[in-house]
Ligand binder design. Structure first.
Ligand code: SAM
Length: 458
């Protein structure tokens, strides 16, 4: 029987309440799921939803969890994260003589076994263990079987393939020594009563490509619970395109091994590998082709900001308490304009202490670093800003200009092309603040001209 719109809305509300899904990714056909599950229960959609709202039996919850989740995964997905994991696990495990790792939202276990494969040899003495947790019981059953097709190994290098698997025809079975270091459990991670995330239980948590399916509130709750379940100084890895921006202040953002990850606040960073460093090694830069730097451009923007804030909200223009992040950012913009790069950097640092995941502060730090001649730090801050907010055009444009200046034309083209994609959608307020006084179209024209100068087609 067909489900009408209001019943589908109730089903959606129940699913969001139960599993935390926002359904914003548009990958689920809720109407089809509702209609097919109501039919399988031999009832109409409305009665089916009413039953769910009255308390669904576990078997129905499991069936819906399976129907509503995306379980796409493969071994060593984003390998750089596993390389970082291996080094961090070595340092942290040695320090604590203990290493418990959570592979949250592990799907059919490829990530969980990949983590086990990267555990340092010494970790056997620490009782190192990887726990895979997921909502989808069918996926977990596949994980426990530990047998995979070659498709799951599509990004596994040959040496790891030989090390981690026993081959039987077309099937690859995870070796017994790795299986012995892994267990799998069924958990609904957004359920606050769930017993998985007890205080300081884990040294390292991977939760990749799952937060993106949740509503902001549920994602934020879950991240807070991850923070508590980590030891101070423990690490959290998210999916390649996910960030904690706007979700929490419990973590510092780190960048090593060409990847971003987070460290729970409350302990010193581990000196061996966890020092933030830029992903791109920048050769010494030739002098700027033009007289104007981005500091001059930002300066013009800050005049506009000042006139706007004076005109519209005099209280914003008054001396502001330093603890207000927005006031700090505006101060940093103004100081940059005045050419007081040291003071501007100091404001940015203060702001990043308050909110290390503030993309604007990272971008402005990049601008200040460029003015101070530290192009390597400038690129690092731009990359962090772009990672924290994938829709932020200005760090892409700035990265393009920096790369061109350094003679890396391929990098410059890539960044400028990305900036050209993002600029038409950039938030107006951000253009005013960071756009160097240029209007949107002028920035697009600048980007095109730069791209052309780098040999790209604009
Ligand atoms: C795309 S897979 C990610 C697999 C793996 N982490 C990776 O990145 O390759 C997303 C997984 O999140 C799980 N998931 C979604 N919501 C969940 C919840 N509320 N509790 C536990 N797992 C959940 C799904 O069942 C699915 O297996």
């Amino acid at each position: 029987m067909r489900a009408n719109e209001s019943v589908v809305r109730r089903f959606k509300r129940w699913s969001t309440e139960t599993f935390g899904f926002s359904f914003e990714t548009g990958t689920t056909n809720l109407t089809a799921v509702l209609e097919s599950h109501a039919a399988a229960a031999r009832t109409d959609p409305l009665t089916y939803v009413e039953r769910l709202e009255g308390g669904a039996p576990v078997s129905e919850l499991r069936a819906l969890a399976h129907a509503l989740t995306v379980t796409e995964t493969y071994f060593f997905r984003h390998r750089e994260q596993f390389t970082a994991f291996a080094d961090l696990a070595t340092a942290l495990g040695a320090e604590r003589s203990r290493l418990r790792v959570l592979s949250a939202a592990c799907a059919s276990g490829e990530e969980t076994y990949s983590l086990a494969a990267m555990l340092p040899p010494a970790s056997a003495a620490w009782g190192a263990h990887v726990l895979g947790a997921d909502l989808n019981l069918q996926a977990l059953q596949k994980a426990r079987l530990a047998s995979y097709s070659v498709w799951s190994l599509r990004d596994t290098p040959a040496e790891l393939r030989d090390l981690c698997f026993e081959r039987a025809g077309d099937t690859f079975r995870v070796r017994p020594d790795l299986r012995a270091r892994v267990t799998f459990e069924e958990h609904n991670l957004v359920d606050p009563d769930d017993r998985l995330l007890t205080p300081e239980r884990f040294e390292i948590v991977f939760c990749r490509n799952m937060l993106m399916y949740l509503t902001r509130d549920r994602a934020s709750d879950l991240v807070r619970r991850f923070a508590k379940s980590l030891v101070p100084g423990g690490y959290l890895f998210l999916g390649h395109a996910e960030t904690l921006r706007g979700l929490t202040n419990d973590f510092d953002l780190l960048h090593t091994h060409g990847t971003f990850y987070y460290q729970r606040r409350g302990a010193l960073a581990h000196p061996v590998t966890a020092q933030p460093r830029p992903a791109v090694a920048t050769p010494a830069a030739p002098p700027l082709a033009t007289e104007e730097t981005w500091v001059d451009a930002i300066g013009r923007a800050s005049e506009r900001v000042r006139s706007l804030t004076h005109a519209r909200a005099p209280e914003l223009a008054a001396p502001s308490p330093r603890v207000d992040p927005e006031a700090l950012l505006l101060e940093a913009v103004e100081l940059t304009h005045q050419g007081d790069v040291d003071a501007a950097r100091e404001r940015c640092r203060a702001l990043l202490d308050l909110d290390g995941l503030n993309a604007g502060a990272h971008y402005l730090s990049a601008v200040c670093d460029e003015a101070a001649g530290d192009l390597r730090a400038a690129e690092s801050h731009d990359q962090t800003a772009a990672y924290l907010d994938a829709s932020f055009a200005m760090p892409r444009l700035h990265l393009g200009l920096l790369a061109r200046r350094a003679g890396r034309l391929g990098d410059a083209r890539r960044e400028l092309e990305q900036a050209l994609v993002l600029l038409p959608h950039e938030e107006p307020a951000r253009l005013v603040l960071f756009g160097g006084g240029f209007a949107r179209q002028q920035l697009v024209d600048l980007c095109r001209a730069e791209l052309k100068a780098c040999g790209g087609s604009a």
